[in-house]
Write a protein that binds this ligand. Structure first.
Ligand SMILES: Cc1ncc(COP(=O)(O)O)c(C=O)c1O
Length: 512
């Protein structure tokens, strides 16, 4: 083989099992030693977003594929340097905005192995080992959820996708009970299909309704209580009121709302869904990881009564995205996704054992995201992951205490899992704008990366802008959190006094 394209002198420039992996490792090591990581530590680069994005784009040069390449090392080093200078550092303790954890090194290495094998999960001959690893891992997760051996599941590219797949299966299963075949005939014949979910369910549920031809208006919002949990009596009333003019396709309970980590009362909701004969989907994208923790697992009591569960290990699970799973209590419900494709899974091949997982998802080629999850659970076990979650939960509780002790801060929602929602108080100024400005200033100044959201404070009035910490770094300390609040308060005073000096005119209200 010619080495013309391979100045490193390898036998092949492609990545294969065994020796090929060490070249992947060497490549990373080479890049790591070439990259200059002297940027001052910060969760995000400093500066205005337009400037940061322009720096990266400028560095890449004209937007066309170059005629001749610069070689592997130069290309990789260039990109790695861009990430180091202008990217995100999730390991920074001041990084606390989203459900986006620092990824475990073991998972990153396993993800590189997944890329290196380039196996696919659709057929046996696209990658047998990873097929068996996915089945093993799905079964292990299903057992953790309390499902029986009838359960099945599939990995997918995110919680939004898993929710979509769950509602697709629920829709087709529900229609089949009326003798309808939606897959073949479309939605006609199914009276007004609807999905009931809490008012604060993740927006991917609404998107799924749109994508599935139900329309976003089909997502009926169920009120929540002061603890941001679905009110079961309200669900009961809404379901009863539907009568025969509508078809409830699913009730979606959330186990870990994005902002508050609140968990809908699963046993009561399961009772209602069962009484009305409606599919129960639990969106546990955020909360599922509680099952790793001895301390928090009880919060998910009743999850074993779901028909389907979304869980995201790229949230509580410390995986690089994506590591989402849809579990079904009864694997046979995947039937609606069955496909027999001549070039992939003809019947005689299936009979001979050459089957894959094509029939459990909408994807065809599907990368083995499972590998990183399997590596992580084998490396750390349930308790190892549970301890990481407990630490993050402790940090959130610490943040809550700090907010309570600080007269300028107002706790908006108590901690359930690892998020804390709060506001900076101020008078004479538009408090929503002040809070939004505090966050932008923290980000733009490279000081901290925190989240924001809108909440009807005390369940009343218009939604107000709030600040949010999503704590998913078990290596952060209470000292780090304390420093983050010190910085936040310093920046808040700055924003406030500048606004009072009318430098930010529109923030000042009613000064007469
Ligand atoms: C409760 C919940 N469900 C679903 C999702 C969507 O997950 P993904 O971003 O992986 O699509 C999120 C994302 O934050 C979430 O918090």
């Amino acid at each position: 083989m010619s080495h013309e394209f391979d100045p490193l002198g390898r036998a092949s420039k492609f990545s294969g099992p065994g020796r090929g992996w060490s070249e992947v490792g060497d490549g990373l090591a080479r890049v790591a030693s070439a990259v200059d990581v002297t940027r001052q530590r910060a969760p995000l680069p400093t500066g205005a977003p337009a400037d940061v994005l322009a720096s990266v784009a400028d560095s890449l040069g004209p937007e066309r594929i170059p005629e001749r390449g610069v070689g592997e090392t130069a290309a990789l080093t260039h990109l790695a340097q861009l990430i180091a200078d202008h990217g995100l550092d999730l390991t920074d303790a001041r990084c606390a905005a989203h459900l986006q954890p620092p990824p475990l090194t073991v998972a990153v290495v396993a993800d590189a192995l997944a890329s290196a094998t380039n196996a696919s999960l659709d057929t046996y001959d696209s990658g047998p080992a990873t097929l068996a690893i996915e089945k093993w891992t799905i079964n292990a997760l299903a057992r953790l959820a309390g499902f029986t051996e009838t359960a099945g599941g599939v990995f997918g590219p995110g919680g939004s996708y898993s929710n979509l797949l769950a509602l697709l299966v629920a829709r087709d299963h529900t229609a089949a009970r009326f003798g309808l075949d939606i897959r073949h005939d479309g939605l006609r014949g199914l009276p007004r299909p609807v999905v009931l979910c809490s008012r604060i369910a993740h927006f991917s549920v609404h998107r799924a309704c749109a994508a599935l031809g139900l329309g976003e208006a089909a997502a009926i919002p169920v009120p929540v209580d002061a603890a941001h949990q679905m009110i079961p009596e309200a669900l009961e009333t809404l379901l009863t009121a539907l009568g025969v003019s509508h078809t409830p396709v699913a009730v979606v309970a959330t186990a870990g709302t994005t902002d508050f980590g609140s968990i809908d009362p699963l046993p009561a909701i399961a009772d209602i869904a069962e009484r009305h004969g409606v599919w129960l989907h639990v969106d546990a994208a955020y909360g599922f990881g509680s099952l790793f923790s001895d301390r928090l697992a009880h919060l998910l009591d009743g999850i074993d009564r779901a028909d389907s569960i979304t869980l995201d290990l790229h949230k509580v699970g410390w995986q690089p995205a994506a590591a989402s799973v849809l579990l079904l209590a009864d694997q046979r419900r995947f039937t609606t996704l069955n496909r027999s494709v001549a070039y992939l899974n003809p019947d005689d091949d299936i009979d001979a054992g050459y089957d894959g997982l094509l029939g459990q998802t909408l994807q065809t080629t599907r990368r083995p995201d499972v590998l990183k999850v399997a590596a992580t659970v084998l490396a750390y076990g349930r308790t190892g992951l549970g301890e990481m979650l407990d630490t993050c939960h402790d940090l959130a509780r610490y943040a809550e205490q700090r907010i309570d002790a600080e007269p300028q801060l107002e706790l908006v929602a108590p901690v359930t899992l690892t998020t804390v929602v709060f506001r900076y108080r101020c008078e004479e100024l538009d408090v929503d704008q002040v809070n939004a400005q505090i966050r932008r200033r923290l980000i733009g100044g490279g000081i901290a990366l925190i989240g924001r959201t809108e909440v009807r404070v005390n369940g009343e009035g218009q939604p107000r802008t709030c600040l949010k910490l999503t704590l998913l770094n078990p290596e952060s300390t209470e000292h780090d959190i304390a420093t983050l609040f010190d910085e936040l308060l310093r920046v808040a005073l700055e924003v406030e006094s500048e606004a009072m000096d009318s430098e930010i005119d529109e923030m000042v209200i009613a000064r007469d």
